[in-house]
Design a protein around this ligand. Structure first.
Ligand SMILES: Cc1ncc(COP(=O)(O)O)c(C=O)c1O
Length: 393
């Protein structure tokens, strides 16, 4: 037997890993909370203002959206009871896909059960060990997992450095790959900054590559009527949006061509071998898509608050990553100090989770503050007040 396996304790590797993580301040633990409203939670009996949720527009608690979810639940039952290709495609699944395609001005849309599931299984359906994937250095773990599963060769370009991407493309086209795929996020989940989508499209066309963009954090907040940074743009083979962020629900979708939709229905395991999204979830998403286009005022307010908070924190001396999205990362660097700041905020009524490696690169531990259009000026000023006090202490 492999000498790595301790004969007396086959779970020794588990204990060792957890101890190692604890020693290095990387141990992750679950912290149950009760969501009181879109921006307030209760944790261990204490009410806290939430600056860590991705519910950018507070839609998880929107009365009309909750009512639509209840309506679909009553009409269709609790579950879809089968995968999409068996008997799990209800009229509401297809109608939602048609609605999304129309709102994003794309040929077709296809639902997935989560963004993680989509990224990890669509990428291996597009490329194989004869292919090359070029991705941004900071892409989400679900994209990395998809690339690794595909067994394709892969290279990362420096974060948002499309000059570097082009250098890699120039080299790659003279080599014998069957396909080249460019994959990145439009708004980076841990940085809050944006990709240059138009240049990505231009490079993809110039070098004849596939282009896959993850628009999870732009949907609801950016683009015309909040439909994200990919809506109304041609030249993107697949764009991913998720329902668990600004839509306040659960699940994901892609927009694509009819041809690619047919291909994935036939060839993507993460679409084929899983139970379809449940009716209550479809109801909430459907109503969220009815609501989002009318929220221009909320989007404007939200992005104004982002500017305000960033400027204040920079003036206080914090290192704030330059973001034009509700994600405002304050880089502390040291893991322990990041945890201490998070604990200080929590003691004073604010929940803002510390994000540490391996989620972000080493020495870039941070508090990822996330604003919602539901945060009122007094919530935001209280956050700034606490951060000022902390900085001065
Ligand atoms: C950029 C990005 N893509 C994909 C995902 C995964 O989406 P989901 O939460 O639907 O699995 C996330 C969320 O964690 C994300 O931030």
């Amino acid at each position: 037997m492999n000498s790595d396996i301790n004969q007396n304790n086959k779970l020794e590797f588990v204990e060792r890993e957890l101890q190692e993580r604890e020693k290095n301040n990387y141990l992750r633990q679950l912290n149950p909370i009760y969501p009181k409203d879109a921006i307030t939670i209760v944790k261990n009996g204490k009410t806290l203002i939430n600056f860590s949720s991705n519910d950018y527009l507070g839609l998880s608690k929107h009365p009309k959206i909750i009512a639509a979810s209840q309506d679909y639940l009553n009409q269709y039952g609790t579950g879809a009871t089968a995968s999409r290709l068996v008997t799990g495609t209800y009229d509401i699944h297809e109608k939602l896909e048609e609605k999304i395609a129309k709102l994003c001005n794309k040929e077709a849309a296809l639902l997935f059960n989560t963004g993680f599931q989509a990224n990890t299984t669509i990428i291996p359906s597009l490329v194989n060990k004869k292919s090359l994937v070029l991705c941004d250095r900071l892409v989400h773990n679900s994209i990395l997992q998809g690339i690794l599963l595909s067994k394709a060769q892969w290279k990362r370009y420096q974060h948002n450095d499309l000059g570097h991407l082009e250098t890699l493309l120039k080299k790659a086209v003279s080599q014998d790959y069957n396909r080249i795929l460019i994959v990145t996020e439009t708004v980076f989940s841990m940085e809050g900054d944006q990709s240059d989508v138009d240049t990505l499209i231009q490079l993809s066309q110039q070098y004849n590559t596939l282009l896959y963009l993850d628009d999870a954090h732009a949907l609801g907040i950016m683009g015309e009527k909040g439909m994200g940074l990919i809506a109304n743009k041609s030249g993107i083979d697949i764009s991913l949006g998720t329902f668990g962020k600004a839509l306040g629900s659960f699940g994901a979708f892609i927009t694509t061509s009819k041809l690619m939709r047919d291909y994935l229905i036939n060839c993507c395991p993460g679409f084929i071998y899983t139970t379809a999204l449940p009716p209550a979830v479809i109801g909430s998403i459907d109503a969220a898509f009815d609501t989002i286009p009318s929220l221009d005022k909320e989007r404007k307010y939200l992005l104004q608050q982002v500017d305000y908070v960033q400027n204040k924190l920079i003036n206080l001396g914090y290192k704030v990553a330059s973001s034009k999205s509700p994600i405002i990362p304050v880089i502390i660097g040291n893991d322990k100090k990041t945890l201490e700041l998070s604990q200080y905020l929590e003691k004073n009524g604010i929940i803002a989770t510390a994000i540490r490696p391996p989620t972000v690169p080493r020495n870039t531990a941070r508090i990822r503050f996330v604003l919602s259009s539901q945060h009122q000026p007094e919530h935001i000023n209280y956050l700034i007040h606490l951060l000022k006090q902390y900085h001065e202490s």
